[in-house]
Every structure is written in C-alpha cells, then in structure tokens.
Design a protein around this ligand. Sequence first.
Ligand SMILES: [Zn+2]
Length: 158
Amino acid sequence: MDYICCYIDVQGFYANNVFYPRECAVLSDHGASVFSVDHELKMDQLSANDQRQALYLTRKHHGLPFEVDKGAKIQSINDIIIAFYECDLDDDHFLAACKSKEAEDMLRALGIPRFNLGKLGATWSGINTRLEPCSLHVNPGKCSLNAVIGMKKWVEKG
Ligand SMILES: [Zn+2]
C-alpha cells in the first residue's frame, strides 16, 4: 500500500448507539501522537445497559476509564488528525489507514480519504499490538497508539 500517508486508531465507548472516542492516536512518517479525549459524559448519564458495556470495555477490552480527568475536546483532536493527514499528503500518499469501523467512520465524517486495512485481510490478531499500553489505561488492553504502530508494521512487511 504505497498510498498511505498516515494511520489512525480510536478507542472509546458507545452511549445510545453513538460512539464516543476516549483515546485517539495518529501516526505518520513525521511522528506519532496519542490523545485522551474528553467526551464530556458522566457514567450516570448512561443507560444501565450502556453502563454495563462501558465497564466491560474498561475491564476487558481497552482498559480506558469511562470518565476523563484531563482530555482534549474532540474538535481539537479532529483538527490534529487533519493536520497529520495534510502534513504528508501528496499525489502519491493520500489515504489515511485504519482498521476499525469506528476509525473509518471518524475519518469519513472529517472528509478524509481512508482505507480500512481489513480490505487487505488485516486482522487485529495479525497486527501486533502486544506492546505495553500507554499511560491512559487503568487496565491492560487495546491501546490506539499500539494499534497505529502495529498497522504501520503490518503494511510495511507487506
Ligand atoms: Zn493507549
């Protein structure tokens, strides 16, 4: 895949079937960043079912706490994603690579041309994300920073 200019991943929670990013990572040849995202929701605003799901994600999936001590607002993160995308954008590199539906949806909403590596057969078990998660996690779990690093390696090994 020669057309990729950056890699994006996002981890978060669902409330009323809407996805709320809680951690977002971007990676390009210029570097990588990971952000704590403040979705501005409190746990007691969620339905009982969404609360159970949120607790499950924190304990068993990504290990991110639902409520945020410090985080950037999603509008700021969107600007940073666009900046990363535009930084390495040229005629030969114009796709943001992602793996999850949530990251793909986020890129679509931003109007960024995207490519889901799943179309090339990428799976999370094939993308090596077994590094230590970043400091945002209270439990070991899927880290978006590890995900973008793993995706880039997966693409480069061909
Ligand atoms: Zn992380």
